[in-house]
Write a protein that binds this ligand. Structure first.
Ligand SMILES: [Zn+2]
Length: 331
């Protein structure tokens, strides 16, 4: 590692709130990409750490990863120009893209990736994790939901250094993403408490689309696509996309977004899907719940939810019209 790296990290440090050196090759500060927590001024989840001979940035909150160069460029482009020049003078090859460093070797593909974890159904009925699953009416699926006592530590056993620091590690509910053969290629950890983000998705195969339910879906039939893996469990032939992109996933798809007209990100996704000609569901104004799990908790039956979905599926021009109306009424 070059002293130029540490020199420039220190140069930009005044622009990184709560900047602290935590160890030999570990620094911590508030993430400049997501701003870290808006609520808590003391949260700092951005880390710079050493991997082989270079320094990298990773945020535990928004999961952004970058080479040190790209972090400097993002924070202060003028300092970045100096940094590039100085590295060049020192004869160090500069890297323009942060991508290659974050490709993690070969995909981890194992049936028993979760073998060290306890399934929720195996826990005592008084266990808080099992109680939470019961309260969300998910008991039926608890044999394939797991308890992970230390999410960061567990993840690091599969992807070395995914979380460079174990500070703030905590338990999470583990939701395995299985492929057609039942093998786990990704997983989502849901916080039990107020830890943020509420869901963290980890891909063991970098190239796979983050689609939950591939082991259960019948592609020859119409398929519902929802946002949350847990929501998808309540509906027939339903998958969840834990990320906006599912371009390699084909079939007779109906996209069911959460009922959140004030969520800009969701509105953007709806617009994009309408323009792509996809069938989408826009919830009627009588539905107040924000997602399918909440509807179940509010007393809707699976059958009634599926009927509402059928009755409120739109495409092309009618979708655009209904979307505009839905946004306006709820604005
Ligand atoms: Zn961040």
């Amino acid at each position: 590692m070059s002293y130029v790296d540490t020199k420039y990290l220190n140069l930009i440090s005044p622009m990184l709130p709560l900047f602290k050196k935590k160890g030999d090759n570990l620094w911590n500060f508030r993430c400049p990409y997501c701003g870290d927590s808006q609520k808590s001024r003391s949260k700092a989840r951005g880390f710079v750490f050493r991997k082989k001979n270079d320094l990298f940035f990773k945020c535990h909150n928004c999961a952004v990863g970058a080479s040190l160069g790209n972090l400097i460029k993002y924070v202060d482009s003028r300092t970045y120009n100096d940094y590039i020049l100085e590295r060049y003078r020192k004869g160090i090859e500069t890297k323009s893209s942060p991508q290659p460093e974050f490709k993690f070797n070969a995909p981890v593909f194992k049936k028993n990736v979760f073998k060290s974890l306890q399934s929720i159904s195996s826990l005592a009925s008084t266990h808080p994790a099992r109680r939470l699953v019961g309260e969300r009416k998910l008991s039926k699926y608890s044999h394939d939901l797991f308890l992970c006592p230390s999410f960061y530590k567990f993840t690091n056993t599969l992807i070395p250094n995914k979380f460079p620091s174990l500070g703030g590690d905590h338990p999470r509910l583990m939701i395995p993403f299985r492929d057609e053969k039942g093998e786990i290629f990704a997983y989502q950890g849901r916080a039990f408490g107020s830890e943020t983000p509420k869901y963290i998705t980890i891909k063991l195969d970098e190239d796979a689309d983050k689609i939950f339910g591939l082991d259960r879906v019948d592609k020859s039939k119409p398929i519902l696509v929802v946002e949350g893996p847990l929501d998808s469990l309540f509906l027939d032939n339903c998958v969840a996309m834990a990320g906006a992109d599912f371009n390699n996933f084909e079939g007779d798809l109906t996209i069911v977004f959460d009922n959140e007209p004030r969520n800009k990100e969701i509105c953007k996704q709806i617009e994009k899907n309408i323009s792509q000609g996809r069938k989408i569901v826009i919830w009627p104004d009588t539905v107040k719940e924000k997602d399918i799990n909440d509807m179940i908790l509010a007393g809707y039956s699976k059958k009634s939810i599926q009927q509402i979905i059928t009755d409120n599926t739109f495409q092309t021009a009618s979708a655009s019209l209904r979307f505009a109306e839905w946004r306006k009424i709820n604005a």
